[in-house]
Design a protein around this ligand. Sequence first.
Ligand code: UD1
Length: 351
Amino acid sequence: MKVLSLVGARPQFIQEAVLNKEFIKQGVNEVLVHSGQHYDYNMSYSFIETLDIKKPQYFLGIKATTHAETTGQTMIEFEKIAYKEKPTVILVNGDTNTTLAGALVAAKLKIPLVHVEAGIRMEPKTMPEEINRVVTDHVSQLLTCPSKLTVANLKKEGIVNGVHLVGDVMYDLFLAMKSNFDLEYHKKLVLKENNYVIATIHRDYNVDDPHVLEAILKQLSLISAEMSVVFPLHPRTKKRIKQFGLNKYLKKLLITEPLNYFQLMGLTRNTYKVITDSGGYQKEAFYFQKQAIVVMPDTGWRELLGWNYLADSAKISSLIYKKPICIPPQDVYGKGNAGHKIVSLLKKSFQ
Ligand code: UD1
């Protein structure tokens, strides 16, 4: 069996770190392709190096630009590789434009498709990631789900064949890498334990509208009167702040480049709370038993609500001291063996 995997954006490298090692462990031939959607060192190769992912055999060099360009060019280049490699199965994970491109190539070439992290659904339906998820799930033959809720979401859309509950591969990575987290990183930033928050913001609806972005930055500034605010800047957010002339709001915040996995996890271990619009990061906060204020109208990780809170962009600071009303079970996203289950399923289904 030959598996052709396509990754390209930050969260996908994190998931690939688990799958990659499991393929090697179970003796499966995996050919890895990096689309190049994320191209800054600390958004891509930093993860490949620190998480010890095997070097991708193919690099497509597609830099994220518009949706159509990123998706279309990735399809054109990835199709050539699919013809050349003749894989038994194509594997994509998550919900990025790279995911969608891989899914469409597989569907058109009639190569079986595996979608890792299937069944996530959330509002608004117009967000690019939601479109990518829905399309990808509907053309997949094997769908591995991180939670019971995601299995139920697929059922509502009539997808029941090939659906398996396996847990979250990001939880696998969290457990496997725990001893490598940089637990002293807050000291490097001259921060005191439990006396700072970490904010990560990059969704289109939060950063592409100047009023919304300004509201968020104002809220972070307000919070900075109470405790330090660490704000690792995503390249999209950085560009927008400059474009909209909002730099003045950054003065009271502790701005950093995007952090690598070990730095961010180490910093999260000692934070008071997390403020984020990242899907993965709201779960990782929970794995540390830290609360996340989720700056989104909805979340695909609804099991965590009551521990995490959804926040309107202009009301983030009102939630900063709000205590949780429930503690979700620690194993809500599995037992840390999702990667093992996924590769075993692949072998059973396609070998
Ligand atoms: C993408 C994913 C999102 C994921 C996020 C993680 C899509 C539709 N969305 O969003 O689900 O949560 O990655 O980070 O695929 N840029 C750089 N350097 C980089 C990467 C991006 O400058 O290394 C710039 C791009 O040129 C572009 C902007 O940032 O202008 C947005 O990049 P893009 O990959 O389209 O979307 P993300 O917001 O990163």
